[in-house]
Design a protein around this ligand. Sequence first.
Ligand code: ADP
Ligand code: SF4
Length: 691
Amino acid sequence: MPRDPRYDILFEPVKIGPVTAKNRFYQVPHCNGQGYRDPSAMIKMRENKASGGWAVICTEQVEIHHTSEITPFIELRMWDDRDLPVFERVTRVVHDQGALAGIELAYNGMNGANFYTRETPLGPSHLPIATFTYDPMQARAMDLSDIRDLRRWHRNAALRAKKAGFDIVYVYAAHGFSTFQHFLSKRYNHRSDEYGGSLENRMRLLREVTEDTRDAVGDRCAIAVRFAMDELMGPDGITKSEAEEVIGRMGEVPDLWDLTMGSWDNDSRTSRFVEEAGEEEYVRGVKALTSKPVVGVGRFTSPDQMVRQIRQGLLDFIGAARPSIADPFLPKKIEEGRIDDIRECIGCNICVSGDMTMSPSRCTQNPAMGEEWRRGWHPELIRAKESDARVLIVGAGPAGLEAARALGQRGYDVALAEATTELGGRVAKEQKLPGLSAWGRVKDYRAYQLSKLPNVEIFYDSRLDAAQVLEFGFDQVLVATGSTWRRDGVAHHHTLPMPIAADADLLTPDDLMQGKRPAGKTVMLYDDDHYYMGGVLAELLQREGFVVTLVTPATEVSNWSRNTMEQFKIQARLLELGVEIVTARMLSAVRRGAVETACVFTGRIDTRPSDSVVLVTARLPNDGLYLDLKARSADWAAAGIVSVKCAGDAWAPSTIAGAVYGGRRYAEEMDAADIGDALPFRREIAELLAD
Ligand code: ADP
Ligand code: SF4
């Protein structure tokens, strides 16, 4: 289909200093947890995006000098010329696809403890390291010779970037990750010399480094400043009006402004806390301050929203990190008039959790993310079928849907049997919880793809048992029947069932999602799951008028959601709603009308009244069908069945991203050669130098 002329504006070329972007789709720098440890994997991921139509593909942040590194996080390093081959390959693959390559040079200074190099971190002032792990060391205030050194290191890095073939070279002053931002911000800059005090002084280093970079490489490379528009700290930090003043004063110095928020958690907010285009209020008006092109982000997935951003003069480029991870082919799909094929980011930040846990980033919507090089998975393509096997998939949750979609795309005949009358499994239920409506996109994307595949037939209202499966006689069977929340208290802390009175009013997340509600007014919600469910259900019940106390053995609510950068926001929301939060206590017994909890440190027990209890603990796989079929393996041959497998939560409960991956892996491995005990993916091993 030709592209809708409404979207033509998105495909206009835009000049950025000495280079020209072929359209307005701009993949801003984003981390991916691969970096220097998995460089080929990182490069293939970028290459796929370049082939998906983005005009600009940027690297993640690149440590430019050994005096500033952010161990344990894994980004890129350009400490000397030995690092260049990785960057040369990045620019080659990006250029081969007709895109521009950008590099985000980064000097983290007081934002990294230098655990690897043991160098003293540098910053504008004598202050503790500004990491969220409360590292027990301080940064040293830079003197004028340190500042000269930093300017030289940045200049050398820019020259290396040019040598490696980059088209856009960044000066990074955003997300709280950069010395140039630290100098700008009153909360970090306590200096009394020409680099401290007035705004002109605090912005001096940013201006100088931007000018240095321009002098060094500006003849051939565009210079971009990635810039924090608001630290959301009030007058102690960078405010929007101060940020606008900086742009007003040095708006013409770089060739491009890439706007962000002051901290990463405020920049990459989840859909639970902000809608698409949530940064609009911070970028509005910036274009009046500079003639240079402006990039902004906002989890943009809707082409109409993108057009509005351009037409209203808010932005020149549609910046994207997460939307480009969820759908590396987003620009191509708009260009080809395939809007409904866009795999929209759901705003869950599972991708961020990869970086936070120092593992390759994963994506709930795009199971190929991180697997492009090591397993050869592609975000859009999959090899054609290799047999005429007919496949039965039982369960249409994220795992079953993705398996059916991918096998259908390969050309297999697939029957998808679902017990209920709707697709989506857990996402169909969870999307109705407060703040999670965008999660329904996991189902919506796959349901639409399935509707286009005549070789996939869906059977609703079909709860299958082993006898029926054997009767149907498919060649291959996948059981993807999901999981059930436990009601015996077993989870991280209690690995054995806890005493629970038979007459206690006790509910699980499944009960609540099915519409049941506590019998009484006061509810104790016990969260030993530590991801989103406990906080979401506490919010649901409190909003409905119950008086909720959230008890958790962790020292904060929804502890794992630190990895999705939501923890602070969740705790703040619950406190604002009036939920009582009791941390560091385990539930030890449930009676009718009361609960016993124990301090996780001392074991001291107390009893408190509570009409009802909600247990957000572990889940059990719904693997009954799988086990029944396994038990009847002697009957398979007569039924024509070659294999029965199990995937997703029915195999082992995990994240939605885990279930989608499980479904995709099943589809990818259909008819693949048996590799026995061999490693199922490629990996890179450090080159050994002489001992
Ligand atoms: P996952 O996240 O692993 O995909 P879900 O719990 O989201 O798991 O989805 C499992 C789906 O399987 C649900 O839609 C459920 O209704 C369906 N299901 C469970 N048991 C059966 C069964 N025996 N036959 C058909 N469908 C089933
Ligand atoms: Fe979007 Fe979630 Fe994928 Fe990240 S993991 S790109 S937030 S869908």
